[in-house]
Design a protein around this ligand. Structure first.
Ligand SMILES: Nc1nc2c(ncn2[C@@H]2O[C@H](COP(=O)(O)OP(=O)(O)OP(=O)(O)O)[C@@H](O)[C@H]2O)c(=O)[nH]1
Length: 558
């Protein structure tokens, strides 16, 4: 029952080809949506993978920076405590006395212990007086020096085995400095101290330039060279309202390069770059810094736009031309890490390979779908025309193309009943070709067939729309005429008779013949009977009479 319903629904479509098209379109859409969904899931996994891989580098770098900044803050606290309650031992007193002796010399060095402390390196009073940034306040000078001597012990203990090499130093406004990397020779002290106080990180820590007294990052950027560049984290040292100096942490760019290279991935994993807060590249995980700018000005603006509102620790991604960019804002550095993953690298990677397999599978399935669509369409089309032919043959006579006996009787009965219901006249004409056997005998069976076809065509041309004709025997035809009286039916029969007999018919080998037919006509009104089969037998009886009366005539009475 359910199957019948489906069949009924399907049969509503005039062309089964359309049903096949529809089915295949549905399958195609379904497979494409499934593939697309897989692609979306894959893309999500790819983005997560890119983020994770950058996150691991960012976390590692942040951890390193955090450790170093913690050290810097620890040294500042040490200085605060030491300034508050300075130690006074024989050794410190001896060192301070030495300072009083050396302070006018161009450079000098104080050292409490050769192995356990770092040297304090200083310049002359004259040098200090020559710079407006510097000041040797005699009231606080000894306290600061003894605090620095104390720090020189502790700074000596700084852990140098970390993966991110760096230099920690204290540059005092009183004309001396203490550095985790001691100068190799004495004259270098002056130039080193000069360089320390000449750098922006020193002057930027003055109370005017850094009123909130926070840690600041500076990058000595030279676009033409990577050697000698450093990034520095600096905090001011203040005590009792006086700015004593700057505690700072230097990272040579090369150490950041090495750090990023240690976090090395496979070749297809892309490149990680460290950018400062002005989006200048500082370091890269690649072997060397790119020769040309990686991003155009509009692309840099796009990145800047994406990261401006981001908080430290936040991550994001964007697509620039064929590259996939992941960025992470660092917690402990005023800049960001950017990972650039090119299309080529992506294709060589795991996700690229899966994407290619997915695309190939989709293409193959679409191709197979297309081929099977063509085959099934062809099959369905052939079956449909076969069905049409069979169905036609079940109802029609193939020779004359009129209704065959079975179909004709069914239709004629129906028309008779309709006429009866509507109280309309109804007539039947029975026609039989005259002496047809002799045509077969003289000219052959195929010529006989030709005559039959010709007679059927004459018949079809002569009756009105609404009349129905059928071949009811070998050379016998019957016509039913709804809403037609006996007189009108006789006229129709007469017209057909004249047409059939009107011209010579060309048969085999140039022979011609003129054919004729006899007709019997009956009508429902004369018998007050609408039974088609009875009316047909009355007409047949009158046809027999027409034959007996000499053929080629219409008979409508008994
Ligand atoms: N060629 C051909 N002949 C057919 C077909 N069907 C029947 N016939 C022939 O039609 C002939 C009918 O002959 P009869 O019934 O003797 O009648 P007739 O020769 O027409 O003579 P009357 O009806 O008395 O005029 C037979 O010889 C059948 O073989 C057909 O489809 N094709």
């Amino acid at each position: 029952m359910f199957g019948d319903a489906i069949q009924r629904e399907i049969s509503r479509f005039k062309s089964p080809g359309k049903v096949v098209n529809l089915c295949f379109i549905v399958v195609f859409i379904f497979s494409t949506v499934l593939t697309w969904r897989e692609a979306v899931v894959l893309e999500g996994a790819y983005v997560a993978n890119q983020r994770n891989s950058l996150d691991s580098v960012a976390t590692l770098l942040d951890r390193q920076l955090q450790h170093n900044i913690d050290s810097l803050l620890f040294y500042r606290n040490t200085m605060h405590y030491a300034l508050q309650s300075p130690i006074s031992t024989d050794r410190t007193r001896k060192s301070l006395a030495e300072f009083d002796l050396f302070r006018t010399q161009p450079f000098w060095q104080l050292r409490l212990d050769l192995h356990r402390s770092l040297p304090i390196n200083g310049v002359s009073d004259e040098f200090v007086n020559s710079s407006p940034l510097l000041e040797r306040d005699d009231e606080t000078l000894h306290t600061e020096l003894s605090a620095a001597l104390e720090l020189s012990y502790i700074m000596r203990l700084s852990d140098r085995s970390r993966t991110l090499p760096q230099r920690i130093f204290y540059a005092s406004r009183s004309g001396f400095f203490l550095s985790s990397t001691a100068p190799v020779n004495d004259p270098k002290i002056v130039s080193l101290y000069y360089r320390l106080i000449a750098q922006p990180y020193f002057s930027s820590q003055s109370p005017q330039n850094n009123p909130s007294r926070v840690l600041r990052w500076t990058h000595t950027f030279n676009p033409n060279s990577t050697s000698g560049q450093i990034i520095t984290a600096a905090i001011p040292l203040d005590f009792n309202g006086r700015w004593y100096g700057v505690l700072a942490l230097d990272y040579p760019i090369d150490s950041l390069h090495s750090f990023l290279q240690q976090a090395k991935y496979d070749d297809h994993e892309g490149t990680v770059l460290l950018y400062d807060n002005e989006l200048n590249p500082i370091a890269t995980s690649a072997k060397r810094m790119p020769k040309h700018a990686l991003f155009t000005a509009p692309q840099l603006a796009q990145i800047a736009n994406a990261v401006t509102a981001a908080k430290p620790g936040e991550q994001g991604e964007l697509r620039l031309d064929t590259r996939f960019i992941t960025w992470a804002k660092l917690n402990n550095f005023d800049g960001l890490l950017i990972k650039v993953h090119t299309l080529e690298e992506g294709v060589r990677g795991e996700f690229g390979r899966i994407s290619i397999v997915l695309s190939v599978l989709w293409l193959l399935s679409t191709l197979m779908l297309f081929v099977s669509w063509m085959v099934i369409r062809r099959l369905v089309s052939n079956m449909f025309s076969l069905q049409q032919t069979l169905s036609w043959r079940a109802n029609y006579d193939t020779l004359t193309r009129l209704y065959n006996r079975g179909a004709f009787f069914e239709i004629a009965n129906k028309i008779a009943q309709e006429c009866k219901q509507q109280a309309q006249p109804f007539s039947v004409i029975q026609m039989d070709l005259d002496l047809f056997k002799s045509i077969n005998d003289r000219f052959g069976h195929s010529s006989g067939d030709k005559v039959l076809t010709h007679a059927a065509a004459m018949l079809s041309d002569a009756f009105r729309q609404g009349d129905v004709a059928g071949r009811v025997g070998g050379e016998e035809f019957c016509i039913v005429l709804p809403d037609t009286t006996l007189e009108e039916a006789v006229k129709v029969a007469e017209r057909i008779r004249v047409r059939i007999n009107s011209k010579e018919l060309l048969l085999k080998q140039g022979n011609t013949t003129r054919i004729s037919a006899s007709f019997g006509v009956s009508s429902a009104l004369e018998f007050n009977d609408y039974d088609f089969e009875r009316l047909q037998s009355y007409a047949d009886h009158r046809l027999y009479k027409a034959k007996q009366d000499g053929r080629n005539q219409v008979c409508s009475h008994d």
